[in-house]
Design a protein around this ligand. Sequence first.
Ligand code: FE
Length: 394
Amino acid sequence: MRRFTLPRDIYYGRGSLKALRSLEGTKAMLVTGGRSMKETGFLGMAEGYLREAGMHVVVFDGVEPDPSVETVMRGAEEMRRFRPDWIVAIGGGSPLDAAKAMWTLYEHPEATFEQLCVPFNFPKLRERARFAAVPSTSGSASEVTAFSVITDYKSGVKYPLADYEITPDVAIVDPDIAVRMPPTLAAHTGLDALTHAVEAYVSLQAGPFTNPLALKAIYMVYAYLPDSVEGGEAAREKMHYASTIAGMAFSNALLGICHSMAHKTGAAFSTGHIPHGCANAIYLPVVIRYNAKNPQARRRYAEIARGLGLSAGAGEDEDELVRALCASIAKLRGKLGVPGSLREFGIGREEFEEKVGEIAARAVGDACTGSNPQPVTPEGMEALLREAYAGTEG
Ligand code: FE
């Protein structure tokens, strides 16, 4: 038996933030990040709509990028004091992820992060509150997914939480809110969405309900991401939907080792954080070439390439189609000004050599490795990371 889970309602379209007026409840806690939602006025609008719905509203702000266990604990504590029956998260992937974890600990104060880290092992939610999510970036798709990543800065451990209990009840995909993304953020988050869709399409958990969503999201990213990065409003709108569509696919089909590599290298080097979508964009062609050793994955990559119209140059040979797909991703990445290798990103060779063995071992152990179509050993993973360090032309 398989399961396909999505929010009960996905409101979308310009101005759809208004849908908050239709939520039925008495108390809402709004969870958000730093200043951007406040400065752009969307936080105030959200508060206003919730008040129009007759709710008492409290704001929990200041959720940091890569939210910490402490922030989650603080948020859960405030929820226990205020007793909301709606939790409304608005902002980038981080406040959405943090709010999902706060919600869980609000309903189950006895739960520990160690317990919640066991995939698909959550206690029942919705006895106290329901959850609405409003994304301001077009990539993580946390508004429709069963995932949340919380970081324990003391131990340096990232807790990847996964359970359909934390799939939001309501997603509001309002492109007006994504129009303000700076170009680099639009590029990185858009490439994250592309990676979600490609990994979901070849995942061992892919199926008839996720495949059309994954393919559609890939085509939309190719059609609209460059214009969206340039600031075109119509393209921004399409990318906002593409990200959610990719999320609908990968929340149910899961991901693969490109994400395993991005998770374990994101904060590993002294050069500073590698933005998640940037890391994915560097690794994706490397991973496609590796996974294409698997005949089923190869056939599926070839299908993507054909769908993108790459067979005109590459012909019908699957290997050629896979090569053309990798080259086209490298070309898209380059066009958006995203580096093509870890070296080009600025990571020093010495530090890379020093850490690559341990990172490879940790990446193999990442939650995303299990659904990758081709098995990988720590040695194999190290080879992939070396390839990503040096860079290839696609
Ligand atoms: Fe991602």
